[in-house]
Design a protein around this ligand. Structure first.
Ligand SMILES: CC(C)(COP(=O)(O)OP(=O)(O)OC[C@H]1O[C@@H](n2cnc3c(N)ncnc32)[C@H](O)[C@@H]1OP(=O)(O)O)[C@@H](O)C(=O)NCCC(=O)NCCS
Length: 110
């Protein structure tokens, strides 16, 4: 049975590099900086995708339950194929896309 669903959309141009450490875990921040060195647009899409993923997750679990949690405590990791999931969070599906200036994420808790 599905226990929760969350979706979020982020306009990438509204983000700045300065908010990265509020949104990203240490490992994500490393990946962000690697992208930033070669392709700023890709880096900001990555950041938008991570923000959308974490906000969608909070919607899926019920924001009230996570009162006070900071987004950089949630960790999105990727498998060998690039498919993202939340680290240490079983029973959870995550999908991210970014194009046309926005990043969108959807989370299902089952
Ligand atoms: C996965 C794939 C469909 C993504 O489509 P796309 O239009 O290029 O990219 P989108 O903007 O829609 O989505 C990008 C996001 O998809 C997610 N993603 C990447 N690979 C994924 C995969 N294998 N499965 C699910 N989601 C994936 C990531 O979160 C990525 O964003 P991020 O890198 O910033 O976290 C495309 O890369 C593809 O067909 N790849 C070939 C299949 C494959 O397995 N490749 C891995 C090679 S080992």
């Amino acid at each position: 049975m599905m226990k929760g669903i969350g979706i979020d959309i982020v306009k990438v141009s509204r983000l700045s590099e300065r908010v990265a450490d509020k949104i990203l875990s240490d490992k994500e921040l490393k990946e962000f900086k690697t992208y930033l060195d070669v392709n700023k647009k890709r880096a900001m899409q990555f950041l938008g995708g991570r923000l959308a993923a974490k906000e969608a997750y909070l919607k899926a679990v019920g924001v009230g339950m996570y009162n006070g949690i900071s987004l950089n405590q949630l960790k999105v990791v990727k498998d060998q194929f690039g498919n993202p999931t939340f680290e240490d969070t079983p029973n959870c599906f995550l999908s991210i896309t970014h194009d046309a200036g926005v990043a969108v994420a959807i989370v299902v808790i089952y």
